[in-house]
Design a protein around this ligand. Structure first.
Ligand SMILES: [Zn+2]
Length: 227
């Protein structure tokens, strides 16, 4: 299990340097950066998804990417490095190492509204997962994620812990708190790895840098137990 930061890749400014977005014109950088991460994790490649802020969970049994866009992936196959890419949204990594089932989730505002982490956990349980550990990766914190009051009300109506205020006193959504609560409600043991993407110069943030922002990743891979 790992979360990347912006260091150690080949991309040049302003995407320096471990940008995993693969946006137009940056495919070559993505290939090289993903290869570096894969090698560091001891896997042949990263399995990426085309994320669309949707509600679909893909179940994979090979290292081929999902055939359709999705915002969560689950596998019980060895050496398939599931990868979620974000810049401010919440990257979630899930694992039941004993049962041998892992998953990743792209949890933004839309994902919170549909409880995508809950559906992903259900999918994992359908493959035999029981005691699931969840890691909530770097994301824009509740003190920085300013939204219109109406939007805050909409999200908080679904998950009350999402209700937040910025450090300057305006309406905000606390995505991390919302996702953590949904994970706990699904029976996961949750660890928040901390770090606000907007505040940390070591992380990519769309709110801070807009089109000049790269993407960081949450990754999980199931390895064969040593015999
Ligand atoms: Zn912050």
């Amino acid at each position: 299990m790992a979360f990347t930061d912006r260091h150690g890749g080949v991309s040049r400014s302003p995407f320096d340097s471990l940008d995993l977005s693969g946006a137009a014109g940056r495919w070559l950088d993505l290939a090289q950066n993903a290869d570096r991460v894969a090698r560091a994790l001891g896997v042949p490649r990263l399995t990426l998804m085309e994320q669309i802020h949707g509600a679909d969970v893909s179940v994979l049994d090979s290292s081929n990417p999902p055939q359709t866009p999705c915002d969560a992936m689950v596998t019980d196959s060895y050496h398939v490095a599931l990868c979620v890419r974000v810049a401010d949204c919440v990257p979630v990594v899930l694992a039941d190492a004993d049962a041998g089932v892992v998953g990743v989730v792209h949890a933004g505002r839309a994902g919170v509204m549909t409880n995508l982490v809950g559906s992903t956990v259900s999918t994992m349980r359908g493959r035999g997962a029981e005691a699931i550990e969840a890691w909530v990766g770097p994301h824009v914190c509740g003190g920085c994620y300013e939204v219109p009051a109406k939007m805050r009300a909409e999200v908080a109506a679904v998950v009350p812990t999402a209700y937040g205020c910025t450090t300057w006193g305006t309406p905000a959504v606390d995505l991390g708190a919302a996702v953590s609560r949904q994970l706990e409600n699904s029976g996961c043991r949750v660890t928040d790895v901390g770090s606000c993407t907007l505040e940390s110069p070591n992380l990519f943030s769309f709110r801070r840098d807009a089109d000049q922002s790269g993407r960081l990743a949450g990754i999980v891979v199931l390895k064969e137990p040593a015999t």
